[in-house]
Design a protein. Structure first.
Length: 353
């Protein structure tokens, strides 16, 4: 079993992880290895990580894919292990969410790669935990821990929702977001350029009946704009439970929930059928590392989910080598725009000769 360097560091403290142990956003399948010495639970905000543990036979009742730990999972934990997220605000969110479920005297662990910013995160543990300190370091990773010896504040999910209004590509909208969601609290420049290009595009005449897919929906801005522009229903996909919840909140805030279908999926794995339009600002990071595999796998597979003459719109940092992959997948592509470090690409599913 291949473990990330963060989990390899945790292995050195493994004898202490007994009783009820929860892993928050595990980066690999390490929680499975502890079954037998502890009652192990895993809270995954990534469908990819959830699926990987499920496929290994992880007990489904102890495995959660959700934006928050469910209140009806009334388990008191002796240990909670948090993997340092890329967004510091998400660490605060995870801490606030899990602390009410930690036993008095229970231990909270934080592990992360040095590049993740974990070095400065110890101070984020100190307001709610005691005896916070460094436990171990190796493989360019750090492990901290602290003890819960004070009552935790009740977790109020609504306090973490950020909402704001904006006008983009001719539409007024209200967006909702959560910590860790792409573009949290701001309009991504690439997304803005993409939507401005879509505003100029000539969609087919019966577009209100078209099938539309937003791959990597984030806070739902692309999905909501597509619905507003076409009046069609939209399918929004993401690997992140936080992003899916944010998109649902965005549609609800704009009284458009009936127009939205959500799919939790590792890439296109859980997508069925074909779409007239697929639009994406695809991710190219896994945690803090650059990872093109999600986008590349998407480009290779998207042709199986486009109708004949179905169209693909992509915005990406212009240094990413996507054009050859687009050509390999669809035969050819057009670059519609290159500006401010971004490029907008267009492809079409053409009939094979």
């Amino acid at each position: 079993m291949n473990l990330n360097s963060t989990s390899q560091l945790l292995v050195r403290s493994e004898p202490q992880l007994v009783g009820n142990v929860m892993f928050a956003n595990p980066e690999d399948t390490y929680p499975q290895t502890l079954i037998g010495q502890a009652s192990v639970y895993a809270w995954c905000q990534s469908k990819t990580r959830y699926d990987a543990l499920l496929q290994l036979g992880f007990k489904e009742d102890n495995l959660v894919f959700s934006e928050q730990w469910p209140a009806d999972h009334a388990v008191e934990f002796d240990h909670v292990v948090i993997y340092q997220p890329k967004a510091k605000e998400l660490l605060d969110y995870l801490l606030a969410s899990v602390l009410p479920h930690v036993k008095e005297g229970g231990q909270v662990w934080l592990v992360g790669d040095n590049k993740s910013g974990v070095k400065s995160s110890m101070k984020r543990l100190e307001p709610s935990l005691d005896d916070v300190g460094k436990v171990d370091s190796a493989k360019h990773c750090l492990l901290f821990s602290g003890y819960k010896r004070r009552p935790a504040k009740p977790f109020v999910f609504e306090d973490w929702i950020m909402s704001w209004t904006l006008t983009v590509a001719g539409q007024d909208m209200t967006l909702c977001s959560l910590p860790g969601v792409f573009g949290h609290g701001k309009l991504d420049k690439g997304t803005e350029l993409l939507l401005n290009q879509l505003q100029q595009h000539r969609f087919m005449s019966d577009v209100s009946q078209a099938r539309l897919l937003d791959f990597g929906c984030g806070d739902g801005i692309i999905s909501l704009w597509l619905h507003g522009h076409t009046k069609a229903k939209v399918t929004a996909l993401d690997d992140s439970a936080l992003a899916l919840k944010a998109t649902a909140l965005t549609f609800a805030e704009n009284n458009a929930s009936e127009a939205l279908t959500l799919i939790a999926s590792n890439g296109l794995t859980n997508v069925k059928g074909r779409f007239n339009y697929v639009v994406t600002n695809p991710p190219f990071h896994t945690g803090v590392s650059t990872d093109y595999s999600v986008a590349e796998s998407f480009f290779i597979g998207v042709k199986n989910h486009l109708t004949l003459n179905g169209e693909l719109f992509v915005v990406a940092n212009d240094f990413l080598r996507y054009p050859p992959i687009l050509d390999a997948a669809l035969g050819t592509h057009t670059r519609l725009l290159r500006d401010k470090g971004f490029a907008v690409y267009h492809g079409r599913q053409i009939k094979k000769k």
